[in-house]
Write a protein that binds this ligand. Structure first.
Ligand SMILES: Nc1ncnc2c1ncn2[C@@H]1O[C@H](COP(=O)(O)OP(=O)(O)OP(=O)(O)O)[C@@H](O)[C@H]1O
Ligand SMILES: Nc1nc2c(c(=O)[nH]1)N[C@H]1C(S)=C(S)[C@@H](COP(=O)(O)O)O[C@H]1N2
Length: 181
């Protein structure tokens, strides 16, 4: 009998002063959660956080989700721009020092096809041991676009860093694992 793979733990972090204060409703966090429910075929559970912008709040939330909760993957939304309190990329690198520059490059490229201000996002991806962290912009419209661009490489990236096994429904989104000899 083959045992099913253990459920992956996916953190979803909304960094927004106004959403965390209840001034507007967080739409981007739920959109990230809905995205994983649509594309993943393997078991997972979601850990959501809605926090204020800022270096310490984001860094400490990422460390808690990676180390105490045991997240395999954390997707953040918001705080990637050039405004003074947009510190998600700095906080991500403080928590997860090993950057994977291709993620930010690709997400900006696909976003630029839709909006000229895409170049204002400093979004990146990096890993803290067995946990991959991916930054998305705050705008709800950026969520599916950016995730569709990088998701094909995420399952194999998780394999390489020793995180949980995840897989996508190829009818919805094809992920790519190079064939191993
Ligand atoms: N999580 C979110 N849910 C819904 N809408 C959002 C979210 N984040 C951003 N937005 C929308 O995008 C706009 C610009 O986002 P941005 O991240 O620049 O917010 P902001 O002006 O820096 O303020 P704050 O960080 O307090 O949300 C917001 O005014 C809001 O309309
Ligand atoms: N796909 C996509 N990327 C986008 C945007 C968008 O609307 N769609 N907004 C841009 C804008 S206006 C800003 S200021 C930056 C940073 O947004 P953030 O601070 O909410 O992360 O993301 C950019 N990237």
């Amino acid at each position: 009998m083959t045992l099913p793979p253990p459920a992956a733990v996916i953190g979803v972090v909304t960094a927004s002063d106004r959403a965390s204060a209840g001034i507007y409703e967080d739409e981007s966090g739920p959109a990230i959660e809905a995205y994983f429910r649509k594309v993943l075929t393997t078991p997972f559970r979601i850990e959501r956080r809605v926090i204020p912008d800022g270096f310490e709040s984001v860094r400490d939330t990422l460390i808690e989700l990676a180390d105490a909760v045991g997240c395999d993957l954390i997707v953040t939304t918001g705080g990637t721009g050039p405004a003074p309190r947009d510190l998600t990329p700095e906080a991500t690198l403080a928590a997860a020092p090993r950057e994977l520059p291709g993620f930010g490059e690709l997400m900006r490229k696909v976003s630029l096809e839709q909006v000229p201000t895409a170049i204002l996002s400093r979004q990146l991806a990096a890993h803290r041991g067995k946990c991959l962290v991916v930054n998305l912009p705050g705008k709800p419209a950026a969520i599916e676009l950016c995730l569709n661009a990088v998701m094909p490489a995420i399952p194999y990236c998780l394999d390489l860093i020793g995180a949980a096994f995840i897989d996508t429904d190829p009818a919805v989104l094809k992920s790519f694992r190079p064939k191993l000899k």
